[in-house]
Design a protein around this ligand. Structure first.
Ligand code: HEM
Length: 125
């Protein structure tokens, strides 16, 4: 069962970043296309499954953020990634702001993957 949940989690992580790359690209090249309904709804579904599967594993493995600093930092970085995503797709006022927030979100995402795979939030924990 754990293997299934972990596979779902990793698959959702891949779908989530692929969707974000696509929407970021659209925002920079043809922002009007972002108003399509499926582009607005599907990320919420994927991200909810990503969060739920992560929470289930967190409790199963007892990786409580107050005991495992890398998990605490991973969760903080997930929040930062979500906020940078909102800035990229909604609040950025011009292409420079969109691009800067987009790159920052992608760097953040890369760091989350490194934390998840190494179980270490170097250089912080
Ligand atoms: C952008 C969001 C996220 C990404 C990209 C992500 C990515 C990953 C990846 C790639 C793994 C597999 C690591 C490996 O074993 O090699 C993983 C495992 C895990 N993730 Fe996430 N994750 C995200 C969000 C979350 C959240 C929100 C939680 C908790 C609420 C969470 C909890 C976990 C746990 C407990 C594991 C299992 C680690 C293990 O097998 O020992 N993740 N995550």
């Amino acid at each position: 069962m754990f293997t299934i949940i972990k596979t779902v989690h990793v698959l959702c992580a891949i779908i989530s970043i692929s969707g974000f790359l696509y929407r970021g690209y659209l925002k920079l090249t043809q922002p009007a296309a972002l108003s399509k309904k499926w582009l607005k709804i599907s990320p919420h579904i994927i991200d909810t499954i990503l969060l739920a599967s992560g929470l289930v594993m967190l409790f199963q493995l007892q990786y409580y953020p107050n005991q495992y600093n890398w998990m605490a930092i991973k969760l903080i970085m997930v929040v930062v990634y979500i906020l940078l995503g909102i800035v990229t797709l909604r609040f950025a006022r011009n292409k420079t702001q969109t691009f800067a927030a987009f790159i920052a979100a992608l760097l953040c995402y890369t760091y989350i993957i490194l934390i998840a795979t190494n179980k270490s939030a170097w250089p912080f924990a």
